[in-house]
Design a protein around this ligand. Structure first.
Ligand SMILES: [Zn+2]
Length: 270
């Protein structure tokens, strides 16, 4: 089996927002040999600190264990982070031959291990497992908690796996996969904007930043005025700095390039 470069598309079928972490398509401890099972984890990361503060650990690893640690991350908001397309070190030693590193996909969901799970995150967790089962033609019984396939692990804490698998089975029994969300549909048609470009789409970018309240009032004060600021079609350096600030706040790469991930964040309802 090659690198699993379809994983982002599979994740998008959940209808939850997806972030493709830079370099994911070639990240892994070699290609993934096979997919016979899915293993659910919690990160045991910090209690607070944003949507997915464990990203760098899951991507890069920790002392004694090199990353990537799992193919997927799952944020508290339900956002799915696609981190690797190859094999990951998420379960060893495994008590199940269908759930070791070479035979299964790992999902590391953000949770400190003793806090409640937000409903959006649980919904994304179930749907991601269901779409993975659909993609790799697995039954819901192949979805396991880490603690079920490794005797020394407690995760994911607080999730009843009998209920969880029943929900995955119900999703699998549905006639059609979940549709992509409306923002995911819209952003497919939006252009890639880089600093220096000029055009009507730059006005849309300015309007989104303004509407979300992610803009310091100083940006549209003074001589220019709000109306002129909103109507400017130039992607200038000042706008680039605002976009970078927005991207950092959203946990995105702060490259000032407005592509699918940044448009999704700009258009998301919160
Ligand atoms: Zn685990």
């Amino acid at each position: 089996m090659p690198y699993l470069t379809q994983l982002a598309d599979v994740a998008r079928r959940t209808g939850h927002p997806v972030t493709e972490v830079t370099g994911w398509k070639s990240r892994g401890h070699g290609p993934q040999p096979s997919v016979e099972g899915i293993v659910c984890h919690h990160t045991a990361g910090p209690r607070a600190g944003g949507d997915y503060p464990s990203l760098s650990v899951v991507r890069t690893g920790r002392p004694g264990l090199a990353g990537p640690l799992s193919q997927f991350g799952l944020g508290r908001s339900g956002r799915i982070y696609v981190i690797a397309a190859g094999r990951c070190w998420h379960n060893a030693p495994s008590t199940s031959p269908l759930h070791d590193n070479s035979s299964s996909i790992g999902i590391e969901a953000e949770n400190c291990g003793s806090q409640p799970w937000p409903e959006a995150q649980l919904d994304a967790y179930r749907r991601l497992c269901a779409e993975l089962c659909r993609e790799f033609e697995l039954g819901a019984s192949r979805v396991k908690a880490h603690r079920e396939v490794n005797t020394s692990k407690p995760d994911p804490a607080g999730i009843d796996m009998t209920d969880f698998r029943a929900a995955v089975a119900a999703l699998l029994a549905g006639k059609t996969p979940a549709r992509a969300s409306w923002t995911e549909e819209i952003v497919k048609d939006l252009p890639l904007l880089r600093p220096g470009v000029k055009g009507w789409d730059v006005k849309t970018l300015r309007g989104c930043l303004f509407a979300r309240g992610d803009l310091a009032p100083i940006r549209y004060g003074g001589q220019l005025g709000l109306k002129a600021w909103l109507e400017s079609t130039e992607y200038d350096s000042q706008l680039a700095s605002d976009v970078r600030q927005f991207q950092r706040a959203e946990g995105l790469d702060d490259d000032a390039v407005v592509g699918r991930d940044t448009w999704s964040a700009l258009l998301r309802i919160r």
